[in-house]
Design a protein around this ligand. Structure first.
Ligand code: ADP
Ligand code: MG
Ligand code: ZN
Length: 646
């Protein structure tokens, strides 16, 4: 090693050290400590927080002295706060000298330190890179391989569609992609536009990765995979370079699949969120977009990506020519669970008395991965007990093991949760049928979707978008149905109705303040159509749009509308209690019902009758849920998001 190389190495070591100190310092200054809501409130009380940014339920509190952020905390506000109590709460903070702001922008932008230090780090790292490059050019440098694509390439994947159970619709959609990969030239010759990007959206463990592999396996093409999280926490420019290398490599191996797992890690909406310094991620994302735009029509590359947070993705990713095909991969229903269990039991010796139907029934809320895990646990238990086959005993213990597992704890769906959700949804559905101005019910389900524990979908009969007073009042009544059902049956309320209540107060508020639907207040628009969240428009009072007195009248009018609807909902559900009872029993058993069953129940059919009817025609609904509808438009509206207790 000559003297020159030695010097360079010392310089690199020094620069790295300085850069690390810089990064470390900026971390201290920016790092927000996540607090429980109670602890957060205590800090406010102690004066340890004097600046508060409220962004929906996400709150950030900071101690700012002389324009410098000394400490920073985050918390998630409980969703129980309604408009009135939240306003009171925030006003209380202002009274003790906390500056409160509702913001959707970067609260750190004002701090010189927080923007300067990462910049310093960037400059230092850039210098370091330059030095490395120079020494490499001189022939004496070490071969640093951080620029190499860390993509995994798998060429002869053995995964087939038959390994993915219970997702027939998804398979059908992906079949097209398989055909294309088998003979891209054929499609190109006919001018067919094949999606260059397919986005798989669904909760963890539902088989998104499995699906991507199955497509590659079915088509017999190489499978390049990277994970979005590989790209974060990297030096500026490296992520973009990796993306380039990955696509170059893929182009040399056409036809093939590029799979980007956890794309939300790089594909977050740009320019959003607290704290700056996402340059690296943005560059990586931009590079992905550029590469996808550069595809020729006959390029045999399909980019697949998976996420469970579609809502935070940058809209640019979803534009035509990019990830313009989207496939929802949901948690499996009873039938799906049974099929998944069977797939994973294929090479396991099962005791003949095991009934997968029963196991499927009691594992509501389990993902495919959890079901696979359950069978694995059961196999381990059987082996330990010195058995030759896996029996019911091991399966039940396996379920408990998975239920007690770390990830599962938060969203266990017990029989009593299931019953509660069933009543909640039945309450909505029955009221939707009884209220004359509500749209017809199209689907009622207690399968969790997103953050909702269940859902009731209604579908308008016409394209008529006009909303009348009666329609709004009925909508409020129907939306309260879930809560009222809980009050009547469980004699206790859960937090499950919080999203409903938000929806209800939002409508009532708009009726009073925007649409002139309150006699007391008359035809005056008090609010413009500003973004509403948590059912409130912050700052109206302070902006002096109207007097305190008017504000009080508005509040009382909103309350009156909701109270009246609540009384009507209670009366209707009491009178039709037996319909609700029957419907919830069918829901517990079948998990999802459609127009036809709802109508049977509304006419007074017994739950046994409906279940028998469904058993008989099992499957036809799943294949085509629109079959029983009169108009062909597949449009439907998700009327409510009934949040589960997470
Ligand atoms: P995701 O990528 O959606 O988080 P994975 O594809 O990684 O989920 O699934 C993890 C495992 O769970 C798979 O390897 C498979 O064993 C099992 N699994 C998930 N869904 C299914 C399914 N529909 N059929 C069979 N197995 C499944
Ligand atoms: Mg995965
Ligand atoms: Zn609800």
């Amino acid at each position: 090693m000559n003297k020159k190389t030695k010097n360079i190495i010392w310089i690199i070591v020094a620069v790295v050290a300085v850069a690390l100190v810089g990064v470390f310092l900026s971390d201290i200054l920016n790092a927000a400590t996540e607090l429980s809501f109670t602890d957060f409130m205590t800090k406010i009380g102690n004066g340890e927080i004097n600046t508060l940014y409220v962004d929906g339920y996400a709150w950030q509190g900071m101690l700012v002295t002389d324009g410098r952020i000394v400490a920073s905390y985050t918390t998630v506000a409980p969703s129980i706060y309604d408009y009135a109590s939240l306003t009171t709460l925030l006003q209380g903070f202002e009274n003790v000298g906390v500056s409160v702001d509702i913001t959707f922008t970067d609260p750190n932008a004002g701090s010189v330190w927080s923007s300067l230090i990462p910049l310093l780090g960037v400059v230092l790292v850039a210098v370091m890179f330059w030095l490395i490059m120079r020494s490499a050019a001189g022939g004496g440098g070490a071969n640093m391989s951080i620029n190499k694509t860390k993509a995994h390439v798998q060429s002869n994947l053995k995964v087939r569609f038959s390994d993915v159970a219970g997702a027939e619709e998804e398979k059908e959609e992906l079949q097209e992609v398989v055909e294309f990969l088998k003979s891209p030239k054929k499609f190109a010759a006919l001018g067919a536009r094949i999606p260059s990007g397919v986005l798989l959206v669904g909760p963890p463990g539902t088989g998104k990765t499995l699906f991507a592999k199955a497509v590659a396996g079915e088509a017999g093409v190489p499978f390049f995979s990277v994970s979005g999280s590989d790209f974060v926490e990297m030096y500026v420019g490296v992520g973009a370079k990796r993306v380039r290398d990955l696509f170059d490599m893929a182009k040399k191996n056409q036809p093939c699949i590029i799979f980007i797992d956890e794309i939300d890690a790089v594909g977050r909406r740009r320019g959003a969120g607290l704290g700056g310094g996402h340059d690296e991620r943005e560059q990586t994302l931009n590079q992905i977009l550029v590469q996808m735009d550069g595809f020729e029509a006959n390029d045999g590359i399909i980019v697949m990506a998976a996420t469970n947070r579609e809502d935070i993705l940058d809209p640019a990713l979803l534009r035509p020519g990019r990830f313009d095909r989207r496939i929802n991969v949901n948690l499996p229903d009873v039938k799906g669970r049974e099929q998944i269990l069977k797939v994973h039991a294929r090479n396991k010796p099962m005791s003949p008395d095991v009934n997968f139907k029963t196991v499927a029934r009691i594992t509501a809320g389990f993902s495919g991965a959890e079901l696979a895990n359950l069978l694995n646990e059961a196999a381990i238990l059987a082996a330990r007990a010195g058995k030759k086959t896996i029996g019911n005993l091991e399966l039940y213990d396996g379920i408990n093991k998975v239920l007690m597992g770390p990830q599962k704890k938060s969203r266990v769906v017990t029989e009593s949760d299931k019953r509660c959700t069933a009543y909640h949804e039945a309450g909505h559905a029955v009221l939707a049928c009884l209220c004359k101005h509500c749209d017809p019910v199209h689907e009622v389900s207690i399968i969790p979707r997103g953050r909702a524990a269940g859902y009731t979908m209604t579908r308008p009969e016409t394209d008529d978008n006009d909303v009348s007073y009666n329609k709004l009042v009925d909508n409020i009544c129907m939306s309260l149905g879930g809560r009222v059902a809980e009050e009547l049956v469980i004699q206790d309320v859960t937090t499950g109705a919080s999203a409903d209540l938000q929806h209800v107060s939002d409508i009532a508020r708009r009726m009073v303040t925007q649409w002139g639907m309150s006699d007391k207040l008359g035809l005056v628009a008090y609010d413009s159509d500003l973004p509403v969240f948590m059912g409130m428009e912050y700052g109206n009072q302070s902006r002096g749009g109207y007097s305190q007195e008017t504000a009080a009248t508005i509040d009382s009018e909103i309350r009156r509308l909701i109270t009246e609807a609540h009384e009507r909902a209670t009366k209707l559900l009491k009178e039709n209690r037996s319909i609700m009872d029957n419907m919830s029993r069918v829901l517990v058993e079948k998990e999802t019902i459609y127009t036809e069953e709802v109508q049977m129940l509304m006419k007074g059919a017994d739950y046994k009758e409906v279940i028998a009817y469904m058993d008989e025609k099992e499957g036809t609904h799943r294949d085509n849920p629109f079959a029983s509808m009169t108009t062909p438009s597949p449009e439907h509206v998700v009327k409510e998001e009934n949040e589960s207790q997470e």
